[in-house]
Design a protein around this ligand. Structure first.
Ligand SMILES: NC(=O)c1ccc[n+]([C@@H]2O[C@H](COP(=O)([O-])OP(=O)(O)OC[C@H]3O[C@@H](n4cnc5c(N)ncnc54)[C@H](O)[C@@H]3O)[C@@H](O)[C@H]2O)c1
Length: 250
């Protein structure tokens, strides 16, 4: 059991990559908190998983744009499970629009969830993990944290920010025994891609040398590695899980 005795929080844990990561950590012996917005399926998923893994899965309603809710997430997790050993900063939304038509409201919403939310959750995690003297924070970035893509100004700005925020937090946290890394998924088959039509999706698949979409479980495997003690000498990295997307063109 690679996560025996560990307590893990997964933001955006009700769906897609987050849910796959929750299930992977439970299977490896962790106690896991699904943190997601009230309107998500998080409570239902946690209740189902808590039957399969008795006493080991909880839901906490948490909108990562709200500092009070983020701070409460950590308080409730400590009260229920006693520590926070790993956090997957995974909550995120998409956003496609030509930049000249992008409103302040749409732009700021993506930045507030995908970038500022990552900071709020990481800050709360650091406060707990510094007291513990150990912990692992994993931020979900993207291939679009290192590549541009038309009509994704807010998303690419946010994900680029997550990649460099990860480096700074890693340097700052290292002397306190806390590791901070990012994962860079390629296009992964989750509800986030529901807005894309088939032609656009095929064009995106063609950009991956492995010629398919990734599966949420394949990103969850990378999270599990970075969260676990197997990655004890890994910090400040952006681990690509992208079917070769960022390796270059054939
Ligand atoms: N699917 C992809 O192709 C892909 C590629 C690269 C990166 N990512 C990143 O992976 C992460 C997970 O995405 P996914 O594909 O699993 O999407 P998803 O839509 O299946 O899951 C996202 C989850 O985040 C939650 N969420 C949204 N806003 C929130 C908020 N304010 N507070 C808390 N939770 C919130 C949603 O309720 C949902 O459960 C995101 O950060 C996304 O940017 C996805």
């Amino acid at each position: 059991m690679r996560m025996e005795g560990k307590v893990v929080i997964v933001t955006g844990g009700a769906s897609g990559i987050g849910l796959a990561s929750v299930e992977r950590c439970l299977a490896e012996g962790a106690r896991v908190v699904i943190a997601d917005i009230e309107a998500s399926d998080g409570a239902e998923r946690a209740a189902e998983l808590d039957v399969r893994y008795p006493g080991r899965c909880r839901f906490e309603a948490c909108d990562v744009t709200d500092t009070a809710q983020v701070d409460r997430l950590f308080e409730e997790t400590l009260a229920a499970f006693g520590s926070v050993d790993a956090v997957f900063n995974n909550a995120g939304i998409g956003g496609i629009a030509p930049s000249d038509e992008l409103s302040d409201e749409e732009y700021l919403k993506v930045i507030d969830i995908n970038l500022n939310g990552v900071f709020r959750v990481a800050r709360a995690a650091l406060r707990v993990m510094y007291r513990q003297g150990q912990g692992s924070i994993v931020n979900c970035a993207s291939i679009l944290g290192v590549f541009g893509q038309s009509q994704t100004a807010a998303y690419t700005a946010a994900k680029g920010g997550v990649v460099n925020l990860t480096r700074t937090l890693a340097i700052e946290a290292a002397p306190k025994g806390v590791r901070v890394n990012a994962i860079g998924p390629g296009y992964i088959d989750t509800p986030l891609l529901a807005a894309l039509d088939d032609e656009l999706l095929q064009g995106l698949i063609d950009l991956h040398p492995l010629a398919r979409l990734g599966r949420p479980e394949e990103v969850a495997n990378a999270f599990l590695f970075l969260a676990s003690d197997e990655a004890s000498f890994v910090t400040g990295t952006h681990l690509m899980v992208d079917g070769g997307f960022t390796a270059g063109k054939s």
